[in-house]
Design a protein around this ligand. Structure first.
Ligand SMILES: [Zn+2]
Length: 152
């Protein structure tokens, strides 16, 4: 029996930081719509990638811009406890690049899909993001693709 309204559930999920966030759900439904098969939250791989497409040898991270220090307009540091956040986020960045390195060593290609390419974009922008994602999965030979391109 379902005791939560969809709105309540949405709110609950948005509070579970890092997992089942809205951008991640959007990516999953877009991949489904494009006909891709994937596993989610694969803890047996370095960094527990959010999505893994074994057929394409691709691991995907859907990164929140603030938590993972993207350096874009969504990742401004708070005015209070700035040093605390700077340290916390830079630790996350170190873990992220280690995970990517290890995935590369195991032969995986990695796609980092940043929140700012999904959230707060126009419908056309979102279509561009999915097109880039599809290209990155199917047609790219790069070991690391960032969407959007790294701004820092
Ligand atoms: Zn960003």
């Amino acid at each position: 029996m379902d005791v939560l309204t969809p709105a309540q559930r949405q709110l609950n999920m948005s509070r579970i930081r890092g997992r089942n966030t809205k951008p991640e759900l959007l990516v999953r439904s877009a991949l489904h719509a494009m006909g891709f098969r994937f596993r989610i939250h694969v803890r047996t791989l370095p960094g527990s990638p959010d999505l893994v497409l074994r057929k394409y040898n691709v691991a995907i991270f859907v990164n929140g811009c603030f938590w993972h220090g993207h350096g874009c307009h969504l990742s401004k540091l708070p005015a209070t406890r700035t040093e605390f956040w700077r340290t916390k986020i830079s630790d996350t960045c170190v873990r992220d690049s280690r995970a990517i390195q290890q995935l590369h060593l195991q032969g995986w290609r990695v796609i980092v899909l940043w929140e700012c390419s999904i959230r707060a974009v126009t419908p056309e922008g979102l279509i561009r993001t999915w097109a880039r994602l599809r290209t990155a999965i199917c047609a790219s030979k790069s070991r690391l693709v960032q969407i959007p391109m790294l701004k820092r």
